[in-house]
Design a protein around this ligand. Structure first.
Ligand code: BGC
Length: 763
């Protein structure tokens, strides 16, 4: 009655239709609301036995045993509990007569509606929405109505700030409590305040909240271990709707010195502003985001909604105002991978930001720049030069990959080698810097920061390679490529090629700087102490890096010895079993050679890409969520369309369908970006060719049209693709502004104010 009028059209909604307690954690991830600064899992405001509530502030890490450090679960501000006529409303007890939760992706709201009958036959209706404000990053709001349908009696509404929360440790039995209480305070008319400090990293988190009711009530405050609760009591009348509002604000000592002052000041301001204004501004902030980021699919509602789900969570996960944080592999949605940051960000998510919100992309890259010294330290520790970005990164930029994963109760451990061997991340970061620069033309970023990353990563590779006398070439031994099923391998083609690319790019940028930006070049050369001899050495290495390739078959060998591995049948083997047997076989975890052919598309001819796609597709298990999207894109590129749609849908629905069975511990953030890339780089076939945008579309038969926008060198290009045409329009009407685009082997100049319709035929 109240909430339904608020909701957007069906293709913007994700709905939980029934209450199944065992699915709580799954929905908590899907329904996480965030704004890049803070993320709150979609736990029930009433609480539950099976949920795993989580509030995570980007960049608020705290050390742990084994895992180095993790994103620390901060006080839970969500709960609003009701005691109706002496009966506590708990969904797991009593009878649920009606239940629905809806994520409104257009407006950034999570709504809940339920009707519940308690043991005494009392029926209560509850409806509310919540938001984590997109504009005011330190603000959240819950607002709703409660209706006692068939009874009168005292109503107690309890609104808490609960610091008695834990991170799930190595195993569920071992919980880690990162925050200890420093202060709580009843501010009376101003609400309540809770402040806690992370144990080892010493970061203070302040949270304040105020509960308001639409009727006069009596107020009290309850104090429990690490918890403060505001309690409002009033006499409820049958059939009446009672409105409540819970305003919440938060700051951490990462943001401000006086956490308490800012948290309370913000609370007062927002309460004065009122919920209607806050809601309106939040919705309009989302509207703005969607204007740039939406991808419209005509003729396929499921695909439309699923793709939007991915875009929604990407938008939620970045904070363009904080360039010292990046997006963890599970975003701010859960504790999987301990909130660590992988190549997932640069290779899978970053493109979305480059083309829809370049400022956010720049911030994500600046996170790496700020950690360049730590990357130098990582290299030094491992005996290399230059900058070695860690496989898993957190707050300090030092390597945070655990060395082993184990169960202390059973003593069972598995050695993790990725931190020591998965070095391709270094080139992936360099690749992302180049990608950002080529698409934005952000010269200032390149000169001040990007070039240094490119050169220091090149320097790493030059120290990482070794000369092989027999091969008369430089080799890279003992690595793990994107396909993590095979460890300690020599000359992984993805790694070697990306290393070669990294060094060559650095040399290219050196030439550019020398010619066009002498001052910057002189400064940089001095800063990183780079000699001409070293540069000459890089050239030699780049020209002589060993690349395992069979000219006869045109096949790249994923790593030396791969072709000789066993070809066994794995049908019926489950994922745990798989990990144990695959290492001696050709089965691979995710796109590796195919990934390389996607990223460095211009370096390989069509036939080579095709042959390798066919070959490796057969052996790819897609055990990683990072895989189907890349196969969808490359399937289109090489004209192997059979599984494209299925792979696309799989990547858009990895979390919606809990494809990997672990959505409960956080969203698969790389796959969010992968899904977007299938739409743009796959179906629209967008690439950068010789510094120019190009499109080569192919749409699934049932799609009428695909529409989206991309930012390119400060311009916004509107793209609409049908089976017959590509329509391009610049957002500006200024005719002096133009973008050149390559379609169907021709260069088209799109001028501001004009619409360019180009005829294409998708097969
Ligand atoms: C994948 C990696 C990925 C990591 C974090 C692993 O399972 O193999 O490529 O970076 O998950 O998402």
């Amino acid at each position: 009655m109240y909430i339904d009028t608020l909701l957007s059209e069906a293709d913007w909604l994700i709905t939980e239709e029934d209450y199944h307690p065992e699915k709580n954690q799954f929905y908590e991830t899907l329904f996480t609301l965030a704004n890049g600064y803070v993320g709150a899992r979609g736990s029930l405001e009433q609480g539950s036995q099976t949920g795993s509530p989580g509030t995570y502030f980007a960049g608020v890490y705290d050390p742990t045993p084994v895992f180095f450090t993790e994103l620390a679960n901060a006080p839970n501000w969500l709960n609003v509990k009701i005691v109706a006529n002496n009966e506590s409303i708990e969904l797991e007890k009593g009878r649920i007569l009606e239940y629905k939760r809806t994520l409104d992706m257009k407006k950034g709201l999570l709504t809940q509606i339920f009707r519940w009958e308690g043991a005494k036959g009392q029926i209560t209706r509850f409806e509310d929405y919540r938001l984590v404000h997109l504009n005011y990053k330190h603000v959240a709001l819950l607002k709703g109505v409660i209706v006692p349908e068939n009874y009168d009696g005292p109503f107690v509404v309890k609104s808490g700030l609960n610091g008695y929360v834990f991170n799930t440790g190595v195993i569920e039995q071992l919980l880690i409590k990162h925050f200890k209480l420093t202060e709580y305070e009843d501010r009376e008319a101003e609400g309540i305040y809770l402040e806690m400090k992370s144990r080892l990293s010493g970061i203070s988190v302040g949270e304040a909240s105020k509960l308001k009711l639409s009727v006069p009530s009596e107020r009290s405050v309850e104090i429990d271990v690490d918890k403060i609760t505001e309690v409002l009591t009033f006499e409820a009348k049958k059939g009446q709707a009672y409105e409540f509002e819970k305003y919440v604000t938060f700051y951490t000592s990462r943001d401000v010195e006086d956490v308490k002052f800012h948290t309370l000041k913000e609370l007062n301001t927002r309460v004065d502003q009122g919920s209607e204004v806050l809601l309106r501004e939040h919705v309009s902030a989302w509207e703005q985001k969607w204007l740039d980021a939406d991808v419209k699919i005509h003729g396929d509602e499921v695909a439309q909604r699923s793709l939007r789900f991915n875009i929604f969570h990407l938008i939620q996960s970045a904070n363009e105002d904080d360039d010292r944080v990046s997006i963890p592999a599970k975003a701010l949605h859960g504790e999987g991978y301990r909130g660590h940051i992988f190549w997932d960000t640069e290779i899978f998510m970053l493109p979305f930001f480059i083309y829809t919100n370049p400022r956010a992309a720049r911030s994500l890259l600046m996170y790496r720049y700020h950690n360049l010294d730590a990357a130098r330290e990582n290299a030094r520790i491992q005996g290399y030069k230059g900058a070695q970005f860690p496989w898993e990164s957190a707050d300090t930029g030092l390597e945070t990959t655990p060395k082993e994963l184990g169960n202390p109760l059973t003593g069972e451990t598995v050695r993790i080698w990725t931190g020591e061997e998965e070095h391709h991340i270094v080139a992936d970061v360099a690749y992302a810097v180049d990608h950002y620069y080529v698409a934005t033309g952000d010269e200032q970023f390149l000169l001040k920061y990007g070039a240094e990353i490119l050169l220091e990563t090149a320097r790493f590779w030059a120290s990482r390679v070794q000369y092989d006398d027999r091969k008369k070439a430089y080799v890279i031994k003992k690595v793990i490529g994107p396909d993590e099923f095979h460890e300690h391998v020599d000359n992984n083609i993805y790694t070697n090629y990306m290393a070669k690319w990294n060094i060559s790019k650095a040399l290219e940028y050196i030439d550019r700087l020398k010619q066009k930006h002498t001052d910057s070049w002189d400064k940089l050369k001095k800063k990183i102490v780079l000699s001409s001899r070293e540069i000459r050495e890089w050239k030699t290495i780049a020209n002589n890096l060993y690349l395992p390739y069979d000219e006869k078959t045109k096949l790249y060998e994923e790593f030396e010895g791969y072709f000789k591995l066993k070809e066994i049948d794995i049908s019926g083997v489950d994922s745990t079993g798989l990990e144990k047997i695959v290492k001696d076989t050709k089965w691979i975890k995710q796109a590796d050679v195919v990934m390389l052919h996607y990223l460095l598309g211009d370096y390989f001819d069509q036939e080579t890409k095709k042959v390798n796609f066919h070959y490796y597709k057969r052996w790819t298990t897609h055990s990683s969520s990072l895989s189907p999207s890349i196969y969808a894109i490359m399937g289109i590129e090489v004209g192997n369309y059979r599984d494209v749609y299925q792979d696309f849908m799989r990547s858009t629905r990895i979390d919606l369908d809990d494809e990997q069975g672990n959505t409960s511990i956080g969203i698969h953030a790389a796959s969010l970006g992968g899904a977007w890339q299938v739409a743009i780089n796959g179906f629209a076939g967008m690439r950068i060719k010789n510094g120019m945008l190009s499109f080569k579309p192919w749409l699934p038969e049932k799609w009428g049209k695909l529409e989206f926008k991309v930012k390119w060198w400060g311009e916004t290009l509107n793209v609409a693709i049908t089976h017959e045409t590509v329509e391009l329009k610049l957002e500006t009407t200024d005719p002096t502004r133009t973008v050149e685009v390559n379609i169907a082997q021709r260069v088209w100049r799109v001028k501001g104010g004009e619409t360019c319709v180009i005829s294409v035929c998708s097969q």
